[in-house]
Design a protein. Sequence first.
Lengths: 157, 330
Amino acid sequence: MIQQTGTLLVSAIKNGTVIDHAKAGSALKILSILGVENHDNVVTIGMHLPSKTSGKKDIIKLANWEITPSKANLTAIFSPSAVINIIKDFKVVKKYQVELSEIISGLVVCPNPKCITNNESMDSLFHTQKNKQGVSLKCHYCERTFKQEDIKEYHRA
Amino acid sequence: MPKIGIFIIYYLVPTQSGLFLNKFMFSTLKGRDIISINELTPAEINSIVKLALELKKKPQPNLLAGKVMGSCFFEPSTRTRLSFETAMQRLGGKVVGFADAGVTSAKKGETLYDSIKIVGQYVDVVAMRHPLEGAARRAAEATDKPVINGGDGANQHPTQTLLDLMSIKETQGKLNNLSIAMMGDLKYGRTVHSLAQALTHFNARLYFIAPPSLAMPEYLLTELREKGIKFSVHESFENIIPKLDVLYMTRIQGERFPDQMEYNRVKDVYRLTVADLKNAKKNLRILHPLPRVNEIDYAVDKTPHAYYFEQAENGLYARQALLALVLNAI
């Protein structure tokens, strides 16, 4: 990301992962599910950066940390448009768009306080659906459907 | 569990007067958990309703002899619990259970999962009600025995929908192509949500009559639109009644209203009297999941349109049919 003056808004990394084209405002949620605080590598984030395709976007750079596709796909709950770039020696060696899993188990806390999953020691389970408005999640147990902005709490992946 | 429909095999039976076509129905409901009305296919709904009507006409007092139902009511219920227990006993089965979670190990901190796992080892089928949403589905994971949901919080109450459908079939002779209005609290009433979803299988024309503050939730209207169901939304019922085959009423619950003045304004608007029915079709039947407060005037009870008490009775037969089918006794 280069500003008009030619300086980088978010510095480049030598090795690691760049999560690009994340939905504007989703970076903090993505960092939280990835459990970034447990890593001591350099993490750079940019939020609300200008984007040619979507107006605004977030970007996350994880130095010396190549995230697995299954972990990367978790970010799709908050940002189905995110693109994962694996960087080796400043070059992109692998690039793919995240894929939304049909089922998300044990990660999202059901926003319905009367859902059995919030009252018994057990994993939550959601069925995902992608639509024009974004991603919706239907709880397997209480059968309620939530939009991504309704999801406030989640367990770390 | 996979849904694979119902297989019907016809075969010829020699009798004195010739060969007769007979049929065997291998029900996909054998051993099934009945958690949500959305999981039943139209064929399965039809088979339950048909059997319920048959059991009403011809009781089968020994059908479930030797079987035991666990009646696990973690929250108070009168009609649902008593009709489940009576249904089992009228078919010759036995009932064990509790009507209050306070007498169970749940009070000692036992999980629902553990409680149902143990109960499942004692009984052949579990009928349950629980205040938490999704509890019945969780319970079904704990045991291989069929679990029948008798209400999980504000979520599902499939046996209510089945007895509603049975009452519609009984009074109208069919389930397809009927004009059905739902009136009252359409926002919080789980019975109207489940019934509307079930009726999408039967090409109903639906009328939703409610104050804007208690209107049918948008997600449900979207579901109906996607399935091509014709419906309209109204605030008053006067012009609608002459068009209807079924009027399904619900109680407007005062405690749901954030504004008591708004409640006072609408509570009498949705009060059905005999005069409101003067232009009704002859076959119009009024249903109500009960209890009613003042939304149906007592004088309506004496008209041929009133069917809510028979509807409550039908709960007995709808639950008998379900128990017989999940226990594979038919």
